[in-house]
Write a protein that binds this ligand. Structure first.
Ligand code: 8IG
Length: 275
């Protein structure tokens, strides 16, 4: 099937396409508006199951502007979930990564669509490498801030957006009321898809990073542009290259995610329940 996407037309307005996508979601799920959006990263795939009752599950490819999933473990569905306290959560299991090479518009389309469907809170999760040597694979940490090392931005033209308190203290504090042991750190988004060299991990550490990954920062920028409040979680699935001495494997990442599943599922459900 040819890969055509309206976002690839430079003359197209990505916000108009997000509005069309939100209308698709309302029609296909039967849920007109959502309060919260949740993007599921590596290891978090089943973590949404305790968040509430799934009202509808739709294929992302049936929604305007969404791309087919690039990778196993990245589920290409969108779900409308109803929490016990009556909040509507749009669960995005269809992340497009910057390393896929389709540009930032496609990367942040799910975020803009969530905003267009009414969401005021964006919860971004990912699987990532840990630079902090005290962290263990399978441990979730809060994202306190990010360093965008992609050289890219979802903002087009002279769009100056303030990123002070991007991952708001308010939401991090709220998460810590659920689990006071949650640690936090600065997330460095690399382009990928290769993992870092040990020298690149040392660079990230030197410039103030604690977590290395390939997502989230561009999405958080777009969320803030859309006026959303952002909460970010990294599941540390591996120690970053050179912090651990053995080579990194995708299999290791999947296994750490599987083992962490019950703990992070419970955490995520309780945090979202408290939003
Ligand atoms: I899962 O060690 C996962 N994603 N950049 N580095 C980067 N991305 C990751 C890593 C990692 N682990």
């Amino acid at each position: 099937m040819p890969d055509t996407n309206p976002l690839d037309d430079p003359a197209a307005d990505p916000f108009a396409i997000a509005t069309a996508a939100a209308a698709d979601i309302a029609r296909l799920t039967g849920v007109e508006r959502h309060d919260i959006a949740l993007t599921l990263g590596s290891g978090w795939g089943r973590a949404a199951e305790l968040v509430g009752e799934t009202i509808a599950t739709i294929a992302a490819t049936d929604v305007t502007g969404f791309s087919a999933p690039a990778l196993e473990g990245h589920v290409g569905t969108l779900r409308s979930v109803l929490t016990p306290r009556g909040k509507r959560v749009l669960v995005i299991g269809a992340r497009t990564h910057f390393y896929e090479g389709h540009g930032p518009r496609r990367v942040v389309h799910s975020v803009r669509t969530a905003a267009a469907s009414g969401a005021r809170t964006m919860v971004l999760t990912n699987g990532a490498g840990g630079i902090n040597p005290h962290w263990k694979p399978g441990q979730p940490v809060l994202i306190s801030d990010h360093i965008n090392l992609t050289g890219a931005s979802p903002l087009e033209g002279a769009t100056f957006i303030d990123l002070t308190d991007l991952y708001t203290m308010r939401l991090r504090d709220l998460a810590r009321t659920i689990d006071p042991s949650l640690d936090e750190g600065v997330y460095c988004q690399f382009r990928g898809p290769q993992y870092e060299t040990p020298a690149e991990v040392q660079m990230a550490k030197t410039i103030g990073g604690h977590i290395v990954g390939m997502s989230t920062a561009l999405e958080a920028i777009a969320a803030r542009q859309a006026g959303m409040e952002v909460l970010g979680f990294s599941l540390i699935t591996n120690m970053a290259a050179g912090i651990q001495t053995t080579p990194l494997s995708h299999q290791e990442v999947i296994e750490a995610g599987r083992e962490a599943e019950p703990v992070i599922s419970d955490l995520l459900a309780r945090v979202i329940g408290a939003l």
